[in-house]
Design a protein around this ligand. Structure first.
Ligand code: HEM
Length: 130
């Protein structure tokens, strides 16, 4: 019996799908009232980093670590106030981006979104204000 295992990276369609997702996601983030206060950096640079990060996050080439070293995402988010409300907003933008490119329609896309939900929870580092 032979088994073949595909990574989520392969199952969702590789870098091309990641690029489409990132293009659909960040305009939403930069227009979201909850997220605007912390997303002040260059949108092109954050998109570039996210394309590289998501590649390795899904089992594709470790592009992010080749340039920036260990992902250490929680530590890298510490300079930014990530509240539960902002985590929800981030995931809402991501869900809409998944829907825009049809990634919510395949099982691998659902597995990918579930993993993002888990990691978003870990990124929270500040309580809500109100
Ligand atoms: C939970 C809600 C989240 C919020 C509010 C948030 C917010 C931010 C902010 C403000 C930055 C810095 C942007 C800049 O440089 O101007 C950032 C960077 C980044 N975020 Fe998030 N983030 C969240 C969740 C996530 C998750 C779940 C992932 C990955 C699965 C992720 C991946 C990244 C990456 C790769 C960077 C670039 C890190 C670097 O500077 O090298 N973020 N995020």
């Amino acid at each position: 019996m032979e088994y073949s295992f595909k990574t989520l990276y392969e199952e969702i369609g590789g870098q091309e799908t990641i690029d489409k997702l990132v293009d659909a996601f960040y305009p939403r983030v930069y227009a979201d009232q909850d997220l605007i206060p912390i997303f002040q950096g260059d949108i092109e640079e954050i998109k570039r980093k996210q394309r590289m990060f998501l590649s390795q996050f899904l089992g594709g080439p470790p592009l992010y670590s080749m340039e920036f070293g260990p992902p250490a995402m929680r530590a890298r988010h510490m300079p930014h106030e990530v509240t539960p409300k902002r985590a929800k907003a981030w995931l809402r933008c991501m869900k809409e981006a998944f829907q825009e490119i049809g990634l919510d329609q395949i099982p691998a896309g659902q597995a990918f979104y579930d993993r993002l939900t888990q990691v978003a929870g870990i990124m929270v580092n500040t309580p809500d204000k109100e």
